[in-house]
Design a binder for this molecule. Structure first.
Ligand code: HAM
Length: 414
């Protein structure tokens, strides 16, 4: 038997309602904050990601699905969407669009990680990007959207962790400082982190090895930002304070992708543990330019859908069910299926969700099925009633049954 690939899974109808619920709340809130939806391709030139996410990152080194297509092109299944959105922003001159470049997206991403609870090889992100401004109010606004989204979903016990990596020059200094603080422990790091120490020391801070985590948690990290970046960060914090968004400063948040500058943040949530973020994001002021566009600052975030689902399942909040059926059409004899078929079609055409079982053995079996499907009404076709142009309608909640003229049926059901 062929099974779904490791790290991928089917989202079955029972769960999909929850997904739709999350997506619909997301769309609502993003529109309220002025974001418009964008869909970019799942496949891109692999170099888009190596250039933006960075050569020395786990994503590019170990996790990206890359293949050569029939034309000999090097293609990647997107591991994230920010680089794609920036490519699209440049390619389609979205800077000139009257709607500006506040964009959100929902879709699958691919990373060959070791699968576990909340970590998949194909996973979904729901995220947004605000391209065009370095104003700290935008940082506060973007973080506010992520928090309001969680609040609207009824997800509690989450925690916003905030940091600033500073500008490009600061980042170089941050890297040097981190190197100094980690130097005494190099021999104790895992083999990958030993190599990272020279190539990209920041990545040691998101190593998942227990031994490395222990070291990272104990080193102290000094303040290293320039005056301008310090002032920017202060304003982001003031903006968040002004609208009552709670956060803690965590100097060790460095993020697993290289494009970040200045503000970075992560949101953790109790049902996922402190290690895995439900949402993560930050500024990437150099990426548009690095990918061939004009010098344009930007900031964004992405939520992991599977992690939102886990958090919602662990919350006592709303739990949407598969929506119940309006009508189940039942017959008292097999010869009536022709009439029932036509009647069901007319109900469906009128927008009334209806179901019928052409293979049922008895009326009793049909009533059981109607109950199982959660039908609000059962419309029963009987030989004698049909001759008089009537059907029986049973209200399943009230356990009441009455006869209705077929010509009045739709109005009556409504
Ligand atoms: P990221 O931290 O790589 O950032 O991913 C964002 C979120 O996607 C994570 O916090 C997590 O919830 C979810 N996620 C990541 N990998 C997996 C996985 N293997 N399985 C399940 N969920 C996962 C980005 O992708 C950036 N593009 C975010 C961003 C947008 N920064 C600026 N704009």
């Amino acid at each position: 038997m062929i099974k779904a690939l490791r790290g991928t899974k089917d989202i079955l109808p029972d769960e999909i309602r929850l997904w739709q619920h999350i997506e619909s709340i997301g769309r609502d809130i993003f529109y309220i904050y002025g974001y418009n939806e964008i869909k970019t391709p799942i496949i891109e030139e692999a170099s888009l990601f190596t250039r933006s996410i960075g050569d020395a990152t786990d994503i590019v080194q170990k996790e990206m699905y890359v293949f050569c297509d029939r034309g000999g092109r090097n293609i990647a299944l997107r591991p994230e969407a920010t680089a794609s959105i920036v490519r699209s922003y440049i390619e389609n001159s979205l800077a000139q669009s009257s709607r500006g470049a506040k964009l959100f997206y929902i879709g699958p991403m691919f990373r060959a990680e070791r699968p576990q609870q909340g970590r998949q090889r194909q996973f979904y992100q729901i995220g947004l990007e605000a391209i065009g401004s370095d104003n700290p109010f935008i940082d506060a606004e973007v973080i506010a959207v992520s928090v309001r989204f969680l609040e609207r979903l009824g997800i509690e016990k989450f925690h916003v962790k905030l940091n600033s990596l500073g500008c490009q020059k600061d980042k170089i200094r941050v890297i040097e400082k981190h190197k100094e603080s980690l130097r005494p422990y190099v021999e104790k790091l895992c083999e990958t982190c030993k190599a990272r120490f020279d190539k990209n020391v920041l990545r040691i801070f998101d190593c998942k090895e227990v031994s490395c985590r222990g070291i990272v948690e104990n080193v102290s990290v000094e303040k290293t930002l320039c005056d301008e970046c310090t002032s920017h960060f202060e304003k982001v914090k003031a903006g968040l304070d002004a609208i009552g968004i709670q956060y803690t400063i965590d100097r060790k948040i460095v993020r697993g992708l290289d494009y970040y500058t200045r503000t970075v943040f992560e949101i953790t949530q109790e049902s996922l543990g402190a290690k895995d973020a439900i949402c993560a994001g930050g500024r990437y002021n150099n990426l548009v330019k690095e990918l061939g566009g004009k010098d344009t600052p930007a900031i964004g975030f992405a939520f992991g859908m599977e992690r939102l689902v886990l958090a919602l399942q662990g919350t006592s909040g709303i739990r949407p069910q598969l929506s119940g059926l309006d009508v189940f059409v039942a017959v008292t004899g097999e010869q009536l299926y022709g009439e029932a078929f036509k009647l069901t079609e007319s109900l469906r055409k009128a927008g009334i969700a209806s179901e019928i079982d052409y293979d049922a053995k008895s009326l009793k079996a049909q009533m059981r099925k109607a109950e199982k499907l959660g039908a609000k009404f059962v419309v029963i076709l009987g030989e004698e009633e049909l001759k008089q142009g009537k059907v029986a309608v049973k209200d399943m909640a009230k356990h009441e049954q009455k006869e209705v003229e077929i010509t009045d049926l739709i109005a009556e059901l409504r």
